[in-house]
Design a binder for this molecule. Structure first.
Ligand code: FES
Ligand code: FE
Length: 415
């Protein structure tokens, strides 16, 4: 039982093995990633029919595209002939995807529309309708954010996001509602995907140590006593504060003030939508921590910017964010080093068997700590592992639940 590897009732311990085990990782793909809603794209990337981006759902590659009827559809980016990746670009506009192995060609809805040598090879008996690209079971949007899930029984996206919406809404509203994404920038690092997912949800504690030099350069941390940790039974986690605190922090860092909201507007500092979609409020970095093995991940990073910015303002904004959060960003490099070192040292037999401490704040959760709305467990203190405890509780529930049953909406072989 994966629930036995965490204990938040008495000891506050988590097994280190969950960050290193190949077996655990394989099960995450068929439970956590197969059953959750996963961030795929933003609608601003898919404005015209034929616009597409490629994305990942766990380790499964998908193509997300705007259809002629205005809908958004996602299909597995794996050719039905020999399993080649069909689309090898990050984004573009097209009517057709042609596989570069033998030339099978699919339309943007995933229908197989052309097969080279169909007459000579298949004697015109190939049922092309039976060999479409496998569709992602459900694709839904929330305020321009496009998510997909393989699980036909998942709740509606809006319900799945229920306890993440205060954070997500704040992220979008602070940027001025109408946003578009720049990126993605992609890079690989050593480390288990859960570390940054947990961290962006809950770990304000690391900042004063990990980012000591950077914080010294910008004059110290914002008022920690006014930042509140949130946790959710759905696994989402966030740190929320008011815009005044966030604004003073970012002004110190050289990112200009936000025109959106007044000082007491509730603002997300950082958050994770379970399982692997994170963002940092006000300045606009978005992350998907793509799993690439128990000890490796691919980081996909975008920056959300207000739509319609003039080129110079946009360039300055992107530069400001890139200096702090990107593959070479000051803060991000500090963070990545921790995650990579944990992966490296945790391979040891004794290290993997030594439990880790998630006790911070246990027993001191304060439901009345703040009036900030939306999360079903809350605490009035930044220095608390409550978000991580919620994250791993949900994680264990999914891990101990059934794997996604593959009764493919894709047609059976030979159909
Ligand atoms: Fe795609 Fe053969 S693998 S056409
Ligand atoms: Fe950090």
């Amino acid at each position: 039982m994966y629930a036995d590897l965490i204990d938040f009732d008495t000891t506050g311990k988590v097994s280190a093995d969950i960050f290193h085990s190949e077996e655990t990782y394989r099960r995450e793909l068929s439970t956590v990633f197969a059953r959750s809603w996963l961030f795929l794209a933003h609608e601003s990337q898919l404005r015209a029919p034929g616009d597409f981006v490629t994305a990942l759902m766990g380790e499964d590659p998908v193509i997300v595209s705007r259809q002629r009827d205005g809908g958004i559809r996602a299909v597995l980016n794996v050719c039905r002939h020999r399993g080649m990746r069909v689309c090898r670009q990050d984004s573009g506009n097209t009517k057709r995807f042609t596989c570069s192995f033998h030339g099978w060609t699919y339309d943007t809805a995933g229908e197989l529309v052309k097969v080279p040598r169909e007459t000579e090879g298949y004697h015109d008996r190939l049922d092309k309708k039976g060999w479409s690209l496998t569709p992602v079971t459900r694709v839904e949007s929330y305020r321009g954010m496009v998510f997909g899930t393989w699980d036909p029984d998942a709740p509606a996206l809006i319900d799945y996001l229920e306890t993440a919406r205060p954070a997500l809404d704040s992220f979008i509203d602070t940027l001025g509602s109408d946003i578009e994404l720049a990126g993605p920038m992609k890079w690989r690092i050593r480390g288990n995907w859960k570390m940054p997912a947990e961290g962006l949800g809950t770990d304000g504690y690391h900042a004063e140590t990990t980012h000591a030099s950077a914080l010294q350069a910008i004059g110290g941390m914002a008022e920690p006593s006014r930042i509140f940790q949130y946790s959710s039974a759905a696994g989402h986690a966030a740190a929320m504060t008011d815009l005044g605190v966030t604004q003073r922090m970012h002004e110190k860092a050289g990112v200009g003030p936000s025109p959106h909201g007044t000082n007491d507007t509730v603002t997300v500092a950082h958050a994770t939508v379970f399982p692997n979609f994170s963002f940092i409020g006000y300045s606009g970095p978005l992350r998907v921590w793509q799993p690439r093995g128990p000890e490796e991940m691919e980081v996909w990073g975008w920056v959300a910017v207000p739509a319609g910015l003039d080129a110079e303002t946009r360039r300055q904004k992107l530069r400001g964010v890139t200096v702090s959060f990107s593959s070479s960003g000051v803060f991000e490099c500090d963070d990545s080093e921790n995650w990579s070192e944990i992966a490296a040292v945790g391979r040891g037999f004794v290290a993997r068997s030594t439990p880790l401490n998630y006790q911070m704040g246990m027993g001191f959760d304060d439901p009345a700590g703040t009036d900030l709305p939306g999360f079903d467990v809350r605490t009035g203190h930044l220095f608390n592992d409550i978000g991580a405890r919620g994250f791993y509780t949900r994680w264990a529930e999914l891990m101990d639940g059934p794997e996604l049953a593959l009764t493919p909406s894709a047609p059976p072989p030979g159909a």
